[in-house]
Design a protein around this ligand. Structure first.
Ligand code: HEC
Ligand code: HEC
Length: 314
């Protein structure tokens, strides 16, 4: 009996050790994300980036406008009020269903930390939701990460100005096609009730395409322009190429630039049941599940051990 106890103990200890090592290895493998990139992900959808639920109800400032009829989580996203081009009412959200009349943040002289702590307007206080690190990352993004895409995108046609699709194709085929497919249709995005290819996103909302190509989408393992060392122009070239890819037959909403900024990246989730998307999701989470399984197994063994030891005492 002594020996079998020792055996069980060793196995349990070994399992726990393996689990902890696996966690550390995964942590070391994860690419280091700089503050600007982190800030950009928070700007896009901070509650997704932080892995927490969105606050209940509408953001307090939301009732100051009536033109944008979205409600709930969307109303808490920086991007929903300030735009993918960061220009608010002076940019792409100056008309259409996303119009709020709220100002942009491009070139802001405001003290961003003070604004996010509600010191300039108590209704703009995010400090209950965003910790100091996140607030600083947002400030870093607004200070250093914004690019004026009006120099690259024709505001009427939404096509690129001087984008080089040949360079774009080379970059796309090398870094993006594995997941999105050579035709951009391997992952279908579910955006406010519409199914879209990557080509459709690029044509409908090029600003959003550029933001996410540069900085990524929370919850995905996507390689991003910022880490690939792309210049802003490289991103624009990729945009120019992706705009030539199939957009599918889904209903388009012409002239409505920002339509559907609310897509939620649901990795491996229910969107469209597309095999590619699900596969990506499964791969992304496999590591995590593996580690959990290690721990679970270790705990079960531990549980048995305790029961066995107690029984023996009795
Ligand atoms: C519900 C809409 C809404 C959301 C969401 C929102 N803002 Fe604002 N923001 C405003 C409005 C309106 C103003 C104008 C000043 C005011 O009333 O506080 C503003 C002002 C600002 C300013 C100051 C701009 C200037 O130059 O004066 C900054 C910076 C800013 N917001 C950043 C953010 C960030 C970062 C987020 C996300 C964490 C965010 N905002 C989320 C509506 C919003
Ligand atoms: C490892 C797989 C992978 C690779 C490689 C990849 N992506 Fe993605 N991409 C994703 C996933 C997953 C999503 C989110 C899917 C969702 O929202 O349902 C996504 C989303 C996007 C979006 C956001 C679309 C939207 O609706 O807003 C853009 C833009 C995008 N990718 C561009 C690119 C570009 C450009 C490259 C090449 C630099 C690339 N991706 C490489 C997996 C990948």
């Amino acid at each position: 009996m002594r020996n079998s106890f020792r055996f069980f103990f060793s196995v349990t200890a070994a399992l726990l050790f393996l689990g902890v090592s696996a966690v550390q290895a995964l942590g070391a493998m994860a690419p280091a994300v700089d503050d600007v990139t982190r800030g950009a992900l928070l700007y896009d959808k901070w509650y997704a980036a932080l892995g927490q639920p969105a606050p209940a109800g509408d953001m307090p400032l939301w009732s100051a406008q009536t033109t944008n009829t979205r409600s709930g989580p969307e109303t808490w996203r920086c991007v929903e009020c300030h735009g993918w081009d960061y220009k608010g009412k002076d940019g792409a959200y100056g008309s259409g269903s996303h119009y709020t009349g709220f100002p942009g943040v491009f070139g802001t002289q405001a003290d961003v930390l003070a604004v996010l702590e509600g010191k300039t307007n108590p209704a703009h206080d995010f400090s209950a939701y965003l910790d100091e690190t996140s607030r600083k990352q947002l400030a870093a993004f607004l200070r250093e990460g914004l690019i004026d895409d009006s120099q690259y995108i024709d505001t009427v046609t939404l096509k690129t100005k001087g984008g080089d699709p040949a360079n774009g194709q080379a970059l796309y085929d090398a870094h993006c096609a594995t997941c999105h497919g050579a035709d951009g249709a391997k992952i279908i995005f579910r955006t406010e009730g519409i199914n879209e290819t990557l080509g459709a996103v690029a044509n409908r909302d090029p600003y959003r395409f550029l933001h996410r190509t540069r900085f990524g989408v929370a919850g995905t393992q996507m390689p991003i322009g910022r880490e690939l060392g792309w210049t802003p122009k490289d991103g624009v070239d990729v945009l120019a190429y992706v705009q030539t890819l199939p957009t599918g037959n889904e209903p388009q909403q012409p002239g409505n630039v920002g339509e559907g900024s609310g897509a939620s990246p649901q990795v491996g989730g229910p969107p469209a049941g597309v095999a590619g998307g699900i596969l990506t999701g499964i791969l992304a989470f496999l590591g995590t599940f593996g580690v959990s399984a290690f721990f679970l197994f270790g705990l079960v063994v531990l549980g048995f051990l305790v029961v066995w030891a107690l029984r023996k005492r009795n």
